[in-house]
Design a protein around this ligand. Structure first.
Ligand code: ADP
Ligand code: MG
Length: 319
């Protein structure tokens, strides 16, 4: 099988999409957005050995490659619509590609996105997805509009993926039932697309947590020129982790672990009822974990009101 067989056989199976005038097969795709829509575009690259393990199941890699990009759309409140998939592959293994594509296209279908192009080359296993979504005119969730006095919220549970990674690396093994849940969180992050859309009229600032809650919150604070008080014991997680880990490791896993792909957002206190209602409608839990302040630095407190100091705040590829 050569590159062109691969494209024809495995990739060229996009469902009809009235906005796609020309999809896979030419030099570029042609897309016509509906009148009044703003395009929302983002790209995320995943490397074997850094974002996933080369011997992970093809299905899990496919899920993650697309899910992290869907998560970026969720963080903007956008509706994901089209994706481009660029892949460097060491070889064209039909069985592996079959499994990869089955999951990739199933997730495309679940979220209503169409694969419109990409690139394929031989090389060490690397994937890059470019995702294009739409937003109603003049609406988007950005990082720069957090207001002093806003509640800070987070969706779902955090720390599980980081715990799963520590288990996988055998640095901090977990009991089997806990390990299974944490590994699942690591391998199958659930992009909060519907929640992001529901938050468009409600939240002031938002982002998705990929590199650690504390560090990622820092991005909102810097962009909004505010600070925050964060309540470490209010962070939603798997309760077993608190008993399994020593307390410093527990806090570090939750606050600096990363790979959560949950939404971190801020909103005025008067929106609390609407936010809880919206979260219930889309079936995702949300937790209030702090407030935006006018202080000079991020204050992370435990339930007794004492500060928690982290040795690291999150993940940096160049640290
Ligand atoms: P070019 O040489 O112009 O870059 P290619 O031969 O690389 O074109 O690609 C041919 C067509 O196949 C293009 O429409 C391209 O977008 C699509 N394509 C190539 N690789 C992928 C991929 N991994 N996923 C989706 N579409 C792809
Ligand atoms: Mg090409």
């Amino acid at each position: 099988m050569n590159e062109f067989d691969f494209i024809r056989r495995y990739l060229n199976r996009a469902a009809p999409d009235q906005n796609v005038l020309l999809g896979i097969g030419d030099d570029a795709a042609l897309i016509r957005p509906n009148a009044g829509e703003t395009l929302c575009i983002s790209s995320d690259m995943l490397l074997a050995g850094r974002h996933f393990f080369a011997d992970d199941r093809a299905e899990d890699i496919a899920h993650k490659v697309l899910a992290v990009n869907l998560s970026d759309m969720a963080a903007m409140g956008g509706t994901p619509r089209w994706v481009l998939l660029s892949a460097a592959l060491p070889d064209l293994n039909p069985h592996w590609l079959e499994n990869f594509c089955a999951t990739f296209f199933a997730l495309c279908q679940e979220y209503g996105v169409t694969l419109v192009g990409g690139d394929t080359t031989r090389g060490p296993l690397v994937f890059n997805v470019t995702i294009i979504g739409t937003l109603p005119e003049r609406q988007a969730l950005t990082r720069a509009r957090a207001q002093i006095g806003d509640d800070i919220w987070v969706s779902g549970s955090i720390g599980l993926a980081a715990a799963g990674l520590q288990h996988h690396l055998n640095t901090r093994p977990l009991p089997p039932a806990v390990a299974e849940r944490c590994l699942n969180a690591l391998r199958r992050p659930q992009p909060r697309v519907a929640l992001g859309q529901a938050l468009l009229p409600l939240a002031n600032a938002a982002m998705d947590i990929s590199d650690g809650l504390a560090q990622d919150l820092g991005h909102i604070l810097r962009a909004s020129q505010t600070s925050a008080e964060l309540w470490a014991d209010e962070l939603p997680t798997l309760p077993e982790l608190r008993d399994i880990y020593p307390s410093d490791i527990y806090y570090e896993t939750l606050l600096a672990g990363g790979d959560d792909y949950e939404l971190l957002f801020t909103a005025a206190p008067r929106q609390r009822g609407h936010i809880l209602q919206a979260a219930q409608t889309v079936g995702v839990a949300v937790s209030r974990i702090g407030i935006i302040t006018a202080e000079r630095c991020l204050n992370i407190l435990n339930r007794d009101g004492n500060p928690i100091h982290l040795t690291k705040q999150g993940f940096d590829h160049f640290d």
